[in-house]
Write a protein that binds this ligand. Structure first.
Ligand SMILES: [Zn+2]
Ligand SMILES: [Zn+2]
Length: 263
């Protein structure tokens, strides 16, 4: 059975945990090594049991301790070639045998999990999200995307669970203290996903079997957990989905979520 835990999720740092029987992976290591170890301890996972770290893209909130964590526990790191080229300092720390390269849009296998990396529209060299399948159940991770392309929607279809970005509320972004250039970047087509777009995306996936969603990568300055939750629910209700149609929660930037069983 696939299990998922958001160790930390937000614009200040991201690391997600996925496991199935003997296979355990992290997606991103964008907080300190110590914080990841603490969060894994909280769900009784030994860091040296991690089989791989997948990297979505080169922004610091996703790679802060990738090199250190890999070196400390001798863990292979998977990224696409352009992303590897964008993180030379991390490469220096990672042993050669632990540098693994995937091609975006081509499946690869870690233990008993099949991973499919898909391209996301974001201001990074070649950012991606992942679908993860154990042959029976499929789940997806999609953060750091300015909009949802038809290709992404296709990839997400059939997921029982998604950790989906719900980054900002447009009105809060408009009045927050960010400089206007940053506001344009965030809300642009290669920035981040708004609460409304997250809700619309979820609506479009319910019929394909989506049952549980965790909203993630919330902005510190231009969103609030309750607001993300309510905006997403109102988008669902606007499309005649009743509250309770899906199990919806919001990932914390500060602490690990429960270890969710994806059935
Ligand atoms: Zn990013
Ligand atoms: Zn990010």
């Amino acid at each position: 059975m696939l299990k998922f835990c958001s160790l930390y999720s937000g614009s200040s740092g991201n690391s997600l945990f996925i496991e199935n029987n003997d296979t355990k992976i992290l997606v991103d290591a964008g907080v300190s090594c110590k914080k990841i170890i603490d969060a894994l301890d909280h769900i009784n996972i030994n860091p040296s049991d991690i089989d791989a770290i997948l990297v979505t893209h080169e922004h610091t909130d996703h790679i802060q301790s990738v090199g250190t964590f890999s070196k400390k526990f001798d863990i292979p790191v998977y990224a696409n070639e352009k992303t590897w080229n964008a993180i030379p300092k991390e490469i220096e720390k990672i042993g050669e045998k632990n540098i693994c390269t995937f091609k975006t849009a081509e499946d690869f296998v870690i233990g008993n999990l099949v991973i499919h990396p898909f391209k996301t529209p974001h201001d990074a060299v070649e950012s991606c999200g992942f679908t993860v399948s154990d042959g029976k159940t499929k789940m997806s991770i999609a953060t750091d995307l300015g909009h949802v392309t038809p290709e992404i929607n296709n990839c997400l279809k059939g997921s029982k669970f998604i950790l989906l970005e719900s980054n900002y509320e447009p009105e809060v972004l408009r009045i927050c203290s960010y400089p206007s250039s940053l506001k344009s970047r965030i809300s642009g087509p290669n920035g981040h996903l708004s609460n409304n777009l997250a809700g619309q995306t979820i609506s479009s996936l319910i019929e394909s079997g989506l049952a549980t969603v965790m909203l993630g990568h919330l902005s510190k300055e231009s969103n609030f957990p309750e607001m993300a939750y309510e905006t997403v629910l109102s988008e669902l209700e606007a499309r005649k989905f009743k509250r309770g149609t899906i199990d919806l929660s919001v990932a914390s930037r500060f602490e690990p979520s429960n270890l969710i069983e994806i059935k």
